[in-house]
Design a protein around this ligand. Structure first.
Ligand code: LLP
Length: 416
């Protein structure tokens, strides 16, 4: 979970202390390390140099323009799930030709937008979507590039909310219906069949389910060839897990890559990957300050100024995030529940953490770079946090803290 060791007894993010960032930008505040983002991208890319592969960063994990721009400059493509994400990618300087469009509910407007932008491929998730894309492409006198997202019925062994590759999931088309659907796609005049896609879930800490899914996908690619359907790319989705706890292990990218590359040996289809969390998760931190210490009979609560609206993962998935003080304190530790000000008992960021705390202390919530800010909300009319990018000794505001007035500026009272 590096890159940030303690230095001069204050938590450092690259060359700047968390205390200084908090003073400059206030809290709660999301902070990202440019070096860590770059390093994770380059590590992923380096693992796949022996076979043509395109990394399409999963925008949903961290859609800040500065983050997208950084990945675009590194050569990344993008996996989007909405027209809004496409607009962000283009605004950030990303190339439409490196965009794949996933998601079960693409609207007509979104399909039109993506066709006009000239994206690389639609990852189609149903027969009805295939027809809709064909119809819209026809009206625009275009041909739409498509892949089918197949559901390989593999258990990703992750939290049920983020497992997507089981038969009962809403995602993708059933494995045993895929060939018939490809044959149908072939008869639709305004489509070009490009490839195949699967994504079985997120935060996978074991590579076995990925490999099982890859085997099934490759078997399908071969069967399709026998039916006269040649694919040019194979999109294996995202989902590679990261360590959230110090003792937790996640598969090294090299192990994941070499196992997949071995299966690809002698094959000519190029690869696409859609990593989100792997690229951003451990490159981000949420800074929050202790408002109150409330010591009860049974439990001690540290009430901080970040809440479930800022970081929803603990409340939604019982996710564990490492929480450490930004400064060292020479006093005994106690066991604290780190909770926010939101009026829900589910509003916790961490439970039973052994920490030495005082009111006003700054805490660093680690591994917050993926699905942190992107899932934040204004619940309890709380303005969303600022976002800051650290680059060596430089710091850049990459998103302003929301202002309270902005939160209701689009609302109107009834006329008398
Ligand atoms: N591709 C598709 C089609 C996806 O649905 C996702 C994530 C990804 C790629 C990227 O997956 P990653 O590499 O980041 O695991 N909010 C949850 C995670 C939801 C993931 C949704 N889909 C969380 O905070 O754990």
């Amino acid at each position: 979970m590096s890159p940030s060791p303690f230095a001069a007894s204050s938590f450092m993010i690259e060359g700047i202390s968390a205390l200084e960032i908090a003073q400059l930008y206030g809290t709660p505040c999301y902070v990202y390390s440019r070096a860590a983002l770059t390093q994770s991208y380059q590590k992923f890319a380096a693992a796949f140099t022996t076979h043509p592969a395109l990394i399409c960063f999963a925008v949903k994990s961290n859609p800040n323009l500065a983050v997208l721009n950084l990945f675009a400059r590194l050569g990344s493509g993008f996996d989007i799930v909405s027209g809004g994400e496409l607009s962000r990618v283009l605004a950030a300087g990303g190339s439409a030709q490196k965009v794949v469009f996933s998601g079960v509910g693409k609207s007509r407007a979104e399909i039109t937008q993506a066709l006009l932008a000239g994206i690389l491929c639609f990852n189609v998730e149903s027969a009805a979507e295939l027809d809709r894309i064909n119809e819209i492409a026809g009206k625009l006198q275009m041909r739409a590039p498509v892949s089918l997202r197949v559901n390989p019925d593999v258990d990703a062994k992750t939290h049920p909310y983020i497992a997507t590759g089981l038969k009962e999931s809403k995602f993708g088309v059933a494995f045993n219906e895929a060939i018939a659907l490809y044959q149908r796609a072939k008869t639709l005049k305004n489509l070009t069949i490009k490839g195949i896609d699967c994504h079985i879930g997120s935060q996978l800490t074991d590579i076995a389910p990925f490999l099982a899914a890859t085997d099934r996908v490759l078997a399908l690619v071969d069967a399709l060839r026998e039916h006269g359907i040649e694919l040019s790319h194979i999109d294996l989705g995202g989902g590679l897990g990261i360590p959230y706890e110090t003792h937790e292990s996640a598969p090294p990218i090299e192990k994941y890559a070499s196992a997949i590359l071995e299966k690809m040996s002698g094959r000519k289809e190029s690869l696409i990957f859609e990593p989100g969390r792997y690229l951003t998760g451990n490159a981000g931190f949420l800074l929050t300050q202790v408002e109150y210490l409330k010591e009860g009979q049974d439990r001690h609560f540290a009430i901080v100024n970040a809440a479930m609206n800022d970081l929803m993962r603990p409340a939604l998935y019982s996710a564990w995030h490492d929480i450490i003080p930004a400064q060292t304190r020479d006093q005994p530790e106690k066991i604290w529940d780190i909770v926010g000000p939101v009026c829900e008992s589910g509003d916790f960021l961490g439970r039973s953490r052994s920490l030495a705390l005082m009111e006003g202390d700054l805490l660093v919530i680690r591994s917050a770079g993926a699905y942190g800010m992107s899932m934040s909300s204004n619940y309890n009319t709380r303005p969303r946090a600022a976002e800051v990018m650290i680059d060596g000794k430089n710091h850049h505001l990459i998103r302003e803290r929301e202002k309270i007035n902005d939160l209701f500026s689009g609302e109107f009272c009834l006329p008398l």
